[in-house]
Write a protein that binds this ligand. Structure first.
Ligand code: GLC
Length: 748
């Protein structure tokens, strides 16, 4: 190498060293996140640390402009990326580049019982958030379905902690692979909307740990969620955002959470408590989190000037502020300042395909007598009836409301597919429900007005039904107030708007009537014995019409399973059984979960079978499956490792399909009362006609344990257990005896 090159090399090395010396650690992507966090923190003033832990606008918080540290931008919601609102208003910003793909509601995702769909979902919605330059997605919601009246159940994943835990982890991972934080919500015990901002939930420790915390615990300890949203309600007297048991003992203690606890909007009420009890960021104070707020209140936030004053007076420890600020900096380094993040995408064909595929896998075929579905080749004229066939469902329901680039409505999806088959599709309204179509300034643009009387609407539908080969009724709820909406619970278990009368009249006029219900909750089905086919359609977003048509015409073989119980009446749900107001919706600000573990099938398993219309885990297919005798790797369990169970699934029908093998564990004898059985594993397998695939189920110590509130240990008492294998909670086909010789306990 000649002298010139040597000199050039030294000059270059010198430059690099100088450059390297000039790049502060917090900006140096080659350094660890922790090094960068601590370096940034060391450079910040108290005022800057205070500034980054609370909102500066409706959905953003500042970074540190002086240091070139960008801020945090949050976005709703769990089903799609919310359109931008004005800086300090709930009203629309009027952007023309913020329409999105609406993915199916999370009840539908849960109904797929397919973690691969949850990963696809998280990846897709995370790409939309990333493209829109949002670094915190305010979702998923994982609150347990306690009452079928809860207005936000459509945003959550059903009644079972294991199903919720299994489905939330890949969703979180999918979102965060985009460099966008998932913010699992609403931690914890947000199981009703009545008095949501002040209701005080009283629940025993065992029920809290066995039923209501697992979904959050999985999201944090397995999904590694970078954020979590404590909700509005109180638990044991303290608001969730100011609750040291939830935030310090459990979340940051037991679960070692290193992310950011972000308040729900308007859920903070007290500086001393919120500063000391584990919350890290405050949003939405002086608003109701939906549609009103005090303008520019940001300096008056509880973690703003009031907190800064107490710090400067030495009345609150600097270490807590440093911890909050460090967590926010860590969130920024993981997202906005992660130079290796992908760039996302918006409204892509892949996202529409994902929305359609998840919807198709989540639709549940509840009943199919006479094999009325899929539509037979000889059907030439279909009548579609019902407002939900023509009403946009992506607008409304609260903060998960969206501005979609497009939404294919059920009637349009059915007509498109029918046209390809030369089938005529007529339409009748049947009933008038909610003709509005606006949320937060986003309007559907639909005019659903119809001045005919209820009787006239029914008469017209009946007349048309007599002329059709088949009738498809598409109704349900609609995310309007009290009909599956944030901020309000349903006031009745029945379908609204006279729908039961319409259904009865239709099936009387034409016995080939299918009922398709679009709801986020169970509902009464007084006409069930007369209706040969029923589909649970959920709120399924931009591709609703196409996904429903895919299933009805048989291009998709339904494989969804119910994520919650469809009991016959409200009284068949434990919180409502005694009509005890203290159990729901609460008395004098307190609601007491007296039912304990008796949620969903954990309760209805103790009732007469005829108290349930469709059981948890139920869902039919257009083909049939036969389960082989399960093979277990062991019949004794010592608490170490796992027991593996293999079940052969044979497709004995004539078309490909997917079955969900479900495994429930039953504890024959225990010193404490335990549910008759509890879901502890499942696997969905796709099988071609005539073929056999194995489902493999794994059981570790968690599958057999209960939470002992006295010792605070997970506990397996010695004795006999059974693993119950089946394809629904009420369709058990095999039992495997398992013995535990000695007591096993642990803390986690
Ligand atoms: C709402 C909701 C929460 C949402 C937040 C921001 O009140 O409870 O789920 O993410 O405020 O809109």
């Amino acid at each position: 190498m000649n002298l010139r090159n040597i000199i050039m090399a030294w000059v270059l090395l010198g430059t690099l060293c100088l450059t390297a010396q000039n790049v502060p650690t917090y900006l140096d992507g080659s350094k660890s996140v922790e090094q960068r966090v601590q370096d940034a923190l060391s450079r910040m003033t108290v005022a800057e640390k205070i500034a980054i832990i609370h909102a500066q606008s409706k959905f953003s918080a500042p970074g540190v402009p002086r240091l070139g540290i960008p801020g945090i931008w949050c976005t709703d919601g769990p089903h799609g990326i919310r359109p931008d609102v004005l800086w300090d208003e709930w009203d629309q910003a009027g952007a023309t580049n913020d329409s999105c793909v609406a993915f199916p509601a999370l009840t539908c995702l849960a109904a797929t019982w397919n973690p691969d769909m949850a990963l696809l979902y998280g990846k897709s919605i995370g790409e939309e958030a990333r493209y829109r330059n949002k670094n915190v997605l305010l979702g998923p919601g994982v609150n347990i379905y306690r009452s079928p009246l809860c207005g936000r159940n459509f945003e959550y994943m059903g009644e079972d902690p294991l199903l919720t835990s299994t489905m939330v982890v890949p969703y979180v991972q999918g979102v965060q692979q985009n460099g966008v934080a998932a913010c699992v919500k609403h931690y914890a015990l947000n199981n009703q909307e009545v008095a949501r901002d002040r209701i005080n939930v009283l629940v025993d420790d065992r029920t809290l740990h066995e039923i209501y915390l697992p979904g959050f615990k999985a999201a944090i300890t397995e999904g590694k969620a970078w954020a979590i949203m404590p909700g509005y309600n109180k638990y044991n007297g303290d608001h969730a955002c100011e609750n040291s048991v939830l935030l310090l003992d459990i979340l940051k203690g037991d679960w070692a959470f290193d992310g950011v606890a972000i308040s729900d909007w308007g859920a903070v009420h007290n500086t001393m408590k919120v500063a000391s009890n584990g919350l890290d960021m405050e949003f939405g104070s002086w608003t109701n989190g939906l549609n009103w707020g005090t303008s520019n209140a940001y300096d008056d936030y509880f973690l703003a000037k009031p907190y800064e004053k107490l710090i400067l007076e030495g009345k609150l420890p600097m270490k807590d502020l440093d911890d909050k600020a460090a967590r926010v900096l860590r969130l920024i380094m993981r997202t906005e300042m992660n130079r290796n993040r992908p760039y996302g995408s918006l409204n892509s064909p892949e996202h529409y395909a994902a929305a359609r595929r998840i919807a198709g896998e989540g639709i549940v075929l509840l009943k199919n007598d006479k094999k009325l579905l899929p539509i037979a080749p000889d059907v030439r004229k279909i009548l579609v009836v019902g407002e939900n066939a023509i009403k946009m469902m992506t607008v409304g329901g609260g903060s998960s409301s969206l501005k979609v680039q497009r939404e294919t409505l059920p009637l349009d999806g059915l007509r498109a597919k029918a046209a390809n088959r030369g089938i005529e599709v007529a339409y009748e309204r049947g009933y008038v429900g909610d003709v509005t179509g606006e949320y937060n300034g986003v309007t559907t643009g639909q005019n659903l007005n119809d001045n005919r009387s209820a009787d006239r609407l029914i008469a017209d539908a009946v007349e048309a039904a007599k002329q059709a080969d088949m009738v498809i009724f598409i109704g349900g709820l609609n995310k309007s107030e009290h009909q599956d909406s944030e901020g309000t619970d349903r006031e009745d278990f029945a379908l609204p708007y006279n729908q039961n009368r319409v259904i009865e009249a239709l099936v009387e006029a034409n016995s080939n009537t299918v009922v398709v219900a679009l709801t986020g909750n169970a509902y009464a089905m007084p006409w069930l014995d007369k209706v040969p086919a029923v589909l649970q359609g959920w709120y399924i977003g931009s591709e609703a019409g196409n996904a429903i048509a895919d299933v009805i015409f048989g291009d998709v073989n339904p494989s969804g399973k119910l994520p919650f119980t469809f009991a016959k009446s409200l009284a068949d749900y434990a919180p409502h059984a005694a009509a005890d107001s203290l159990m729901y919706p609460g008395v004098d600000g307190n609601v007491v979960y007296k039912e304990g573990l008796n949620i969903g099938y954990r309760y209805t398993d103790k009732l007469r079978a005829d108290r349930v219309n469709f059981a948890f885990g139920h869902g039919l297919s257009y083909t049939e499956f036969s389960l082989g005798k399960p093979v277990a790797s062991a019949r004794q369990f010592n608490g170490q490792g796992t027991i593996e169970v293999t079940v052969a699934v044979t497709n004995i029908g004539d078309r490909s399909g997917a079955e969900v093998v479900q495994a429930y564990v039953s504890d024959a004898k225990c010193s404490v009362e335990r549910p008759i059985k509890e879901l502890k594993a499942f696997q969905k397998v796709t099988v071609a006609p005539g073929q056999t695939q194995n489902a493999t189920l794994s059981f570790d110590r968690r599958a057999f344990a209960f939470y002992n509130p006295t010792t605070k240990l997970w506990t397996i008492e010695p004795g006999k257990f059974e693993i119950l294998i089946g394809t629904a909670s009420n369709r058990i086909t095999a039992k495997i005896p398992i013995e535990v010789k000695e007591e096993i306990t642990w803390k986690d």
